[in-house]
Design a protein around this ligand. Structure first.
Ligand SMILES: *Cc1c(COP(=O)(O)O)cnc(C)c1O
Length: 250
């Protein structure tokens, strides 16, 4: 199940712990520079590049919020005995509606809701299970045709439809905020402008609907400082955490 080149590396756990510490320091510094409370920013360690062993090393280093972009990989890791029950999982990549049921077994936060149909499927399944599933709407702020996510102008009608659909009870999909990625090849100022756009969109939706959307999931290894400057509450960091480990960062 693990990449043997990773499993054979005796320094792996040490490297990952050092990388985690460096990311913690950088996030702390970015928060301070932005005049923000560090406690308002959660780091999601993105483990899609590595197997169970390296993922367990990150957990042991202190990162309990773990993200996967493929549902099957999330299932596989969520069931790995080495990772135990202290992980909160985040699904950050596309979810097909036929994988909703199995995915909700692991009670993840879902960052990547990109259609009304998927939102309805999550809501229905969560209500049937009597659980609350935190979800974020993924928005295409960069305008890249190649990027995933909803165009900004469909969000308001989508939220209105979602509210009509779920008058009863607390169980279901709990809309917590928005997620975005900066466009491919964006410079730091361009990425920052796109993150500012996502925040403004969130603020606008809050005003229009009267509902709080506290979470902004934005920022990855290369641009989390810009994202924190613009209000990110969840940063999704992968390659920085696994630099120097096995085959990552080739
Ligand atoms: C892979 C991935 C990340 C992490 O990216 P890094 O640049 O490796 O930190 C974050 N968000 C999403 C949606 C991803 O697919």
């Amino acid at each position: 199940m693990n990449d043997p080149t990773i499993a054979a590396d005796p320094n792996m756990a040490r490297r990952i712990a050092d990388n985690w510490q460096a990311v913690l320091d950088d996030v702390q510094q970015a928060a301070r520079a932005a005049g923000r409370d560090r406690a308002d920013i959660q780091i999601v360690g993105v483990t899609k590049y590595v197997g169970v062993e390296a993922t367990a090393a990150l957990l042991a280093a202190g990162c309990h919020q773990l993200g996967e972009s493929r549902p099957q990989q999330l299932w596989q890791k969520a069931e790995a005995a080495e990772l135990g029950a202290s992980v909160h999982w985040h699904l950050i990549g596309h979810l097909q509606t036929n994988k909703v049921r199995r995915t909700l077994q692991y009670r993840p936060t879902i960052h990547s809701v990109d259609s009304s149909r998927l939102l309805r499927a999550i809501d229905t399944e969560a209500a049937a299970r009597q659980i609350e599933v935190p979800v974020l709407l993924e928005v295409n702020v960069s305008g890249d045709a190649s990027k995933t996510g909803l165009p900004a102008d469909v969000l308001e009608p989508m939220l209105a439809e979602h509210r009509r659909g779920r008058e009863s009870g607390a169980a279901g999909a709990q809309l917590r905020g928005l997620m975005a990625m900066a466009g491919w090849g964006s410079s730091a100022p361009e990425a920052r402008r796109q993150f500012a756009q996502l925040r403004q969109l969130r603020d606008h939706l809050q005003r229009q609907t009267g509902i709080a959307f506290p979470e902004l999931s934005m920022g990855m290894s290369g641009d989390f400082v810009e994202a924190i400057a613009e209000g990110a509450t969840l940063v999704r960091i992968g390659s920085r955490l696994f630099a120097g480990v096995g085959s990552v960062g080739r």
